[in-house]
Unconditional design. Structure first.
Length: 328
């Protein structure tokens, strides 16, 4: 499992893998949970600027994500049940038959039979026409009927977080997620590089190969996919590919995998313009590609990559510096 998670760029995807629904009282716990989830998951979390970008109205984004997510992880607490926005999210999950994983936080399932929060609901209902008291009661009853996870204060939040992550992985296996959009590609490659730094054998995985195939297929289709290619560049996929090539090269692992990664880099530089070439050069790609010239399997794609990079003047200067270092 990844030990950290980065914020995504402004997310224009219609479907999230996971929606983290919670009250403000459990924000710290949920923040830690989000950072512990594997990067490959696309997560809706209200503290992430990719989920709720500054300057955009937040209600439509929240409800669209709640309707279409694959799994709603709901941190059920007294604060959650008695708060307006968490309850609106819960009703949206239930109305749209979204799979729910309840996390009972300082609250047990049977506690949901209590009605002390109904007075607050009634107050909210007088102020907001979206609130239907009967639907809210049904939503809470739905929560009570789902086999969720119960937080044990004696074990602490770290242990509970690991249990939650492992449960999510069983419900929504990351290895089964389809790599069919730019953000997933970026996350897969970033996750691969993180995992590889811990265990070199993990880099050449089926899902990493899917990410490389996606890049190459998008580039092959040409013109109409220019926005997707630009998105890949914006998401730092070029830098992740260079790091991937460096890792494979240093560990002398599969030349065929290195070849696929090299062609993906070449395609991004070819179709991604000056910015892609400059980012490849800044990431140290030329030194890696020069080493790949010594491998019969990768020499042709390395030549194409170098030719693409050298179309940028700043890259030519970097190559001259590299040659001087090699001659010293």
């Amino acid at each position: 499992m990844a030990s950290s998670s980065s914020s995504s760029s402004s997310n224009d995807l219609s479907t999230y893998d996971i929606f983290l629904s919670h009250s403000g009282a459990q924000k710290g716990f949920v923040n830690g949970l989000q950072k512990t989830l594997p990067l490959i998951y696309i997560v809706f979390f209200d503290r992430d600027s990719g989920s709720l970008p500054p300057g955009f109205p937040f209600p439509p984004r929240i409800f669209e994500a709640a309707k279409t997510c694959k799994l709603a992880v709901v941190v059920v607490s007294q604060e959650f049940i008695s708060s307006k926005w968490p309850m609106l999210e819960l009703c949206t999950f239930v109305e749209n038959s979204v799979q729910i994983l309840p996390l009972f936080f300082n609250l047990k399932p049977n506690d949901l039979r209590k009605k002390e929060w109904v007075a607050k609901w009634e107050k909210y209902a007088t102020e907001d026409s979206r609130i239907n008291m009967l639907e809210w009661k049904k939503a809470v009853e739905k929560l009570r009927s789902i086999n969720g996870l119960v937080f044990d204060p004696l074990e602490g939040e770290v242990v509970f977080t690991n249990i939650v992550v492992n449960t999510i992985e069983r419900i929504l296996p990351s290895k089964n997620l389809k790599v069919d959009n730019p953000e997933r590609v970026a996350r897969v490659l970033q996750q691969g590089n993180i995992d590889h730094s811990r265990a070199p054998s993990t880099l050449e995985s089926h899902i990493s190969l899917e990410a490389l195939t996606y890049i190459n297929e998008v580039a092959d289709r040409g013109g109409s996919n220019e926005p997707i290619l630009n998105k890949l560049v914006d998401l730092n996929v070029v830098q992740e590919l260079v790091q991937l090539l460096r890792s494979v090269n240093e560990n002398n692992t599969s030349p065929s995998f290195m070849r696929a990664a090299c062609w993906a880099l070449d395609n991004l530089m070819w179709k991604g313009g000056t910015l892609a070439k400059r980012r490849a050069a800044d990431a140290g790609s030329m030194e890696v590609l020069v080493r790949m010239l010594d491998c019969e399997v990768t020499v042709d794609c390395a030549v194409y990559c170098l030719r693409n990079i050298l179309a940028d003047s700043s890259a030519k200067m970097k190559l001259e510096e590299l040659n001087k270092e090699r001659d010293m």
